[in-house]
Design a binder for this molecule. Structure first.
Ligand code: NAD
Length: 374
């Protein structure tokens, strides 16, 4: 980590501003108590950027993003901008920043906090202690492959088509990210494909096997996507890191996310290619959207954003120790019974967005005191 890492904070729309403000409290705490020297700046993206500048992705935001060690984003979008032309919708801003930074690997952890295990639709014994990480290829595969379209056949019938295509280098770069993450975790990587039916994923499997020779400490396994969907619900704890192509990852990561409860608890990261200077473009954001139904009401759960900050510390600033601290504070705060409305359970203390942020800071202070006493 550099002496003064630069985090760009992009609040975006709706509850974005509220949840990013709580993450800022944690950054201040880290600077005060761990001399992290993190400095921040802010930039506009999405609807608020359109309102201020006429574009959802201003040039100034790109320039700041390119200089940042990492970006922490709230959310974009909302009903106010739904009637706009697609080219200037808030979501264009998000797609634009991902594209400009070349973010090809999407990381979605599914972590079950013990205090919330009973809130899952699955039985406690299936999900207690769950800690898996899905690495999804983000810029290739069926969503981007050419040719694609809808054509009219000579007999008048319509035909829709998309192309599932991957090159070796596209597979290798996301594969390397996944192997390296597995090395930092439980050293198990499961590659998901449909190699029995789809040639492009047969190549996927071959490339993963070839890569595994560079990572002898990681145990590589393979699973067909239909079986993986079943196993995620049957016995999710068998997985450590999962790597898969874009569409399979889209579906499986939503499935895995819901094992652990509310959208308000789910962080994510998107990573690009490491430059010659060793810097890797990286954007961290909660999985949820801008939640217009509760925006401006101090009701949003800030934990997904704060856990995204923990991922940022772990993967971009190489401060896994501080990420652990934040995750422990979340565990403690939930165990103490604090809940925002989305994760409220009978007998617990319902708190606002700002109160949840304060409770997390208090839990970090308590841990520090305990550390001193020990
Ligand atoms: P959403 O995630 O914003 O909200 C879905 C439901 O979950 C709502 O009831 C909301 O109140 C609740 N919720 C979401 N986050 C919460 C939190 N942190 N705390 C408590 N409750 C929370 O999804 P949506 O309603 O489908 O979309 C709303 C807007 O967000 C749309 O404009 C959509 O395009 C945008 N969106 C943006 C992103 C992003 O920025 N990455 C992702 C998804 C949706």
């Amino acid at each position: 980590m550099s002496a003064s890492p630069f985090i760009l904070l992009i609040s975006g729309d709706g509850i974005g501003k509220e949840v990013i403000a709580e993450a800022e409290k944690i950054i201040h705490w880290l600077n005060d108590h761990h001399k992290t020297g993190i400095h921040t700046d802010t930039a506009l993206l999405g609807g608020v950027a359109y309102d201020a500048t006429g574009t959802p992705f201003p040039k100034e935001t790109l320039e700041k993003a390119q200089k940042a060690d990492a970006i922490l984003l709230g959310a974009v979008g909302g009903p106010k901008w739904e009637a706009l032309d697609y080219s200037v919708r808030p979501e264009r801003g998000l797609l634009g920043i991902r594209k400009e930074l070349g973010l090809f690997a999407n990381l979605r952890p599914a972590l079950c906090f013990d205090a919330l295990a009973d809130a899952s639709t699955l039985k406690r014994e299936v999900i207690a202690g769950l800690d898996i990480l899905i690495v999804r290829e983000l810029t290739g595969g069926l969503y981007f492959g050419e040719p694609k379209g809808v054509e009219t056949l000579p007999n008048g019938e319509k035909r829709g088509f998309n192309t599932l295509t991957y090159t070796s280098s596209e597979i290798q770069r996301v594969g390397r990210v996944a192997f390296e993450l597995a090395q930092k975790r439980g050293k198990k990587l499961c590659s998901i494909d449909k190699a029995n039916v789809l040639e492009s994923t047969e190549l996927w499997r071959q490339e993963m096997i070839a890569l595994s020779k560079d990572y002898p400490d990681v145990a590589l396994s393979h699973m067909y996507v239909d079986n993986a969907a079943m196993q995620l619900v049957r016995n999710p704890r068998q997985f450590d890191v999962i790597v898969t192509e874009n569409m399979f990852g889209d579906i499986l990561s939503d499935c895995a996310a819901m094992l652990t409860g509310s959208l308000g608890m789910l962080p994510s990261a998107s990573l690009g290619t490491k430059g010659k200077d060793g810097r890797q473009p990286a954007l961290y954001e909660p999985v949820h959207g801008s939640a217009p139904d509760i925006a401006g009401q101090n009701k949003a759960n800030p934990i997904a954003t704060i856990l995204s900050l923990a991922m940022l510390l772990r993967y971009s600033l190489d401060r896994g120790d501080l990420a652990d601290l934040i995750e422990k504070a979340v565990t403690q705060t939930l165990a103490d019974g604090y809940r925002t409305g989305d994760i409220m359970q009978p007998g617990m203390k319902q708190v606002s967005t700002t109160e949840m942020g304060d409770a997390l800071v208090k839990a970090m202070n308590d841990q520090k005191q305990k550390g001193k006493a020990a």
